[in-house]
Design a protein around this ligand. Structure first.
Ligand code: AHR
Length: 520
């Protein structure tokens, strides 16, 4: 691959081969004693849908399984997720949510009816993983449950009773819950009123959905001290009209509105495989992923008009890479592998979310296991930790930390823009920083496939005395972790950061993610 220098230091990719060089970049940490914005832990949320082997096989094997488990939940996956300090888990969909009837998933397993999972490959769902299994999982992981309610094919009564079943101390639904083995109500904060209501969730028009949201909001009540945070089913990608209509007609009734943004080439054409991509496709991925910044900005600007006090949260409750299913896997199950390219998308997206702490208060990567950009992949009793998993692990210190704004000057690149003739432009270096309990975490990304980068970090008045670091990189950008093989992509200790007063010099290899812990 060759980089062609353009005016103003912008590089265009040509598909030819380049010689490696060392670029230079400057990152300035603009800390201020007045900065108070917190990176909500919920930015690191997960999403688990009844889709492919996300639930069955991925999280849940049942208590009778020979695969080591705790009350039916796989021990290896539980332990891996505990390391990520998962703050919130969204369930049961996705598109599945609007065909899910919760009553089918409670009570004795042998009495639970079966259904066809029409959205996802026509697989028969036996409802053995239902409300109790989900809420108990959240308790085991210590995370908040985020319930997606059925608006598309359900009724107001059905969703209202689900809330009552989960959260009421007494009454007919609480009695049923107790008969089913759970005495105490669970805690439920996040309630999604439908999913993709403009599409698989009912193909509605925005004004109609806005009315429905208001109606559901009336009957989904707060029982016995439980307080619901009601989330409207929001837009996908560039559908700013949907956000505008909902904010105008129902903004006062909602606590949050969602946004879905996938790093995905096209909905109706091949998307390419996770493991098989060209250099140009790699840089396209980076450009598309980073475009989320503009998309969030534009949705947030609309919200500002109707909610200048920023009471309503924007929740990016589905994001991540979406490639074609791995060859040989079941159609409709959205099983994809995960390479260093996906790790880049995870890091860059999280860096962007950190910039919008005033609006973006939750995100949920799609999905936690065996579907799209997963944390873990499972096959029988084996489990693989993906490169994306490792980004989430490296970024744990950012959860709940105070964000430190960064200014970055680095080389710019251009990549194909499938939405228009103007290429997407991005910087090769991305950075995010935060501070918690006196410790600063600085995460840096160099997306360049060929060139190392010497990054000068201006620390200002932070008073840093010591630096520790780890790095996630790979020999090839398409490297991944596979079953029964040694890990090719996992974090290693990093010694390329040198401190000199309030200047930190970081020698970043090409295609790397570096996480630095700065202590005072
Ligand atoms: O995450 C897979 C699917 O993508 C979800 O079910 C749906 O909400 C979205 O279109």
């Amino acid at each position: 691959m060759k980089m062609i220098s353009l005016a103003a230091g912008v590089l265009l990719l040509s598909g030819l081969s380049a010689s490696a060089a060392t670029d230079k970049a400057v990152v300035t940490l603009n800390d201020s004693p007045f900065a108070t914005d917190t990176i909500m832990p919920e930015i690191y949320g997960q999403f688990a849908e009844h889709l492919g082997t996300c639930i069955y096989g991925g999280l849940w094997v049942g208590p009778e399984s020979p695969i080591p488990n705790t009350n039916g939940y796989r021990n290896d996956v539980l332990n891996a997720l505990r390391e990520l300090k998962v703050p919130v888990m969204r369930w049961p969909g996705g598109c599945f949510a609007d065909e899910y009837h919760w009553m089918d998933g409670v009570g004795p397993k042998e009495n639970r009816p079966r259904m066809v999972n029409n959205n996802w490959g026509g697989t028969v769902e036996d409802n053995s993983f239902g409300t109790h299994e989900f809420f108990n999982l959240c308790e085991l992981l210590g995370c908040e449950p985020y319930l997606s309610g059925n608006v598309g094919s359900g009724t107001v009564e059905e969703l209202a009773k689900w809330v009552e079943y989960i959260t009421a101390e007494d009454g007919p639904m609480a009695t049923l819950r107790k008969q089913n083995g759970r005495e105490k109500p669970w805690h439920l904060k996040y309630l999604g009123v439908g999913n993709e209501s403009w599409g698989c969730g009912g193909d509605m028009l925005a004004p109609y959905y806005a009315d429905l949201f208001r109606r559901y909001g009336v009957y989904c009540r707060n029982y016995d001290g439980n307080k619901l945070f009601k989330i409207a089913s929001g837009a996908s990608d560039y559908d700013y009209d949907w956000t505008e209509t909902l904010m105008k007609k129902a903004g006062h009734q909602m606590h949050g509105i969602s946004l879905h943004y996938y790093t995905c080439y096209s909905w109706d054409k091949p998307k390419g495989y996770a493991l098989d991509f060209t250099t140009d496709q790699y840089y396209w991925t980076i450009g598309k992923c980073l475009e989320i910044e503009d998309v969030v900005k534009r949705h947030a600007a609309i919200m500002d008009v109707y909610d200048p006090g920023k009471r309503v949260a924007l929740l990016v409750d589905e994001w991540g890479t979406w490639w074609d299913e791995e060859p040989g896997t079941i159609k409709g199950h959205l099983y994809q592998q995960n390479t260093m390219r996906d790790a880049m998308v995870a890091a860059l997206s999280l860096n962007v979310f950190h910039k919008f702490t005033d609006r973006v208060r939750m995100t949920n990567i799609a999905q936690v296991a065996n579907v799209l950009q997963s944390m873990v992949l499972t096959k029988g009793d084996q489990m693989v930790l993906t490169p994306t998993y490792y980004v989430f692990k490296m970024y744990v210190p950012h959860q709940g930390a105070r964000v430190i704004p960064c200014h970055i000057e680095s080389k710019k690149m251009k990549a194909e823009n499938e939405r228009g003739s103007k290429p997407r432009t991005f910087q090769t270096v991305s950075a995010t920083a935060s501070e918690k309990n006196g410790v600063v975490t600085l995460s840096l990304t160099n997306v360049d496939l060929d060139n190392d980068c010497e990054v000068k970090v201006e620390l200002g008045s932070l008073g840093v005395k010591k630096v520790n670091g780890e790095i996630l990189t790979a020999k090839n950008i398409a490297d991944y972790n596979d079953f029964g093989k040694p890990e090719l992509v996992s974090p290693e200790a990093f010694s390329g950061a040198k401190l000199n007063g309030n200047i930190l010099t970081v020698k970043m290899p090409a295609k790397s993610i570096v996480n630095l812990t700065l202590t005072k």
